[in-house]
Design a protein around this ligand. Structure first.
Ligand code: NAP
Ligand code: 8YV
Length: 320
């Protein structure tokens, strides 16, 4: 029996490439200098796509007339045109659940790094200033007793809440709707939540609905003792407004793992000594990335073996 043909639409882990090659006839888009010529030929036979941060746009979907499924590496799938996929009945899948702990750990680490100024303290030591100038200046104090506002109390947000509670923080949250089964106070207004919290963390998805919802007004509501942490998506934040708020000490500090136009980080943010900047590493450990990769493979294998995806996104629900 012939194997289904699958396209890998951007560089992926060897773990995923090897896993896909063991089950499918695999095409790697980056191996073709003339991408359109390649797709005009092989595109007619391709039934599945595996993608990572490069996503899949409408133009690529239109070049694949037999496409049935797009398997996205990552729980966030804002780089996949789900509307175009849904219009053609193409299933989109993602990798929820397997990265929650790793990403929530990074969120907690960023909170601690910001509030206790740990990266700045390390820079101080390495610059020889401890010896020359004496101890690093005292910081504002730990997380205990502070209120954490979570924008996006989903799978990862709930793991962040658990860790923050263990540190003695109170939890409040904002999302589109109040959740019946959580013990935390809900704010229907993001700005009102920012006023009420000391640390605001974003774990919300990207896309049009959340574009720049962290803006100058929200940062001003967070105030001069407040910290902003982002482990969700960079597009949620107006980065120019954030850099200005950091520079003018409208807020005390920020810890960021994600940016609007990765891997570009605005020079204005780079210049802020009260910003801790990570290069989108929240899920970037070998076990977690392999678990995500396995789910990318499992979705394609399950689809072609049984006709059922494992973890479809809500925009392209599976109907038996
Ligand atoms: P999830 O379980 O779907 O949670 C997302 C939360 O965001 C939900 O609680 C949802 O609550 C809220 N939300 C959705 N749309 C919103 C809107 N327009 N306004 C306000 N809140 C909104 O997803 P997850 O698995 O926790 O992942 C969350 C996001 O984290 C992903 O989409 C991804 O972008 C990001 N992420 C980043 C990394 C990294 O490496 N830094 C790793 C993994 C994930 P309501 O439905 O009540 O609005
Ligand atoms: C990955 C992520 O870094 O899952 C997500 O939404 O942002 C991360 O886990 C990303 O998907 C890698 O492409």
């Amino acid at each position: 029996m012939s194997r289904p043909e699958v396209l890998i639409a951007g560089p992926m882990l060897p773990y995923v490439v090897d896993g896909l090659e063991s089950r499918f006839t695999v095409h790697k888009i980056w191996e073709h200098d003339d991408r359109d010529a390649f797709l005009a030929d092989a595109g007619k036979r391709i039934r599945g796509v595996a993608c990572s941060y490069t996503g899949v746009d409408m133009a690529l979907i239109n070049q694949l007339p037999k496409l049935e499924i797009i398997s996205n590496f990552g729980v966030g799938y804002d780089a996949v045109d789900t509307k175009a996929a849904a219009a053609r009945g193409i299933i989109v899948t993602h990798t929820p659940g397997v990265l929650d702990d790793e990403v929530a750990d990074t969120g907690l680490a960023l909170m601690l790094m910001c509030v206790r100024e740990l990266p700045a303290a390390e820079r101080y030591l390495r610059a020889g200033r401890w010896v020359k100038e004496g101890p690093y200046p005292l910081t504002r104090g730990s997380l205990k007793g502070r209120t954490l506002g979570i924008l996006g109390l989903g799978r990862i947000g709930k793991q962040v809440a658990k860790r923050a509670e263990a540190c003695g923080m109170s939890i409040v949250y904002h999302g589109r709707s109040e959740q019946a089964d959580v013990p935390y106070r809900y704010f229907a207004s993001l700005t009102e939540m920012a006023k009420a919290c000391d640390v605001l963390i974003s774990v919300a998805p990207g896309g049009a609905a959340t574009h720049h919802i962290i803006n100058a007004a929200v940062l001003s509501a967070l105030g001069p003792g407040g910290y902003f942490v982002n482990i969700g998506r960079g597009s949620v934040v107006d980065e120019a407004a954030l850099a200005e708020a950091l520079d003018r000490r409208v807020i005390a500090g920020a810890g960021l793992d994600v940016y609007e136009f990765e891997p570009k980080v605005p020079a204005a943010l780079m210049a802020c000594d009260n910003a801790v900047l990570l290069p989108h590493v929240a899920s970037a450990s070998i076990p977690t990335r392999n678990a995500m990769g396995q789910l990318v493979i499992d979705n394609l294998v399950s689809w072609f073996d049984t006709g059922h995806p494992v973890t479809p996104v809500p925009e392209t629900p599976f109907k038996a």
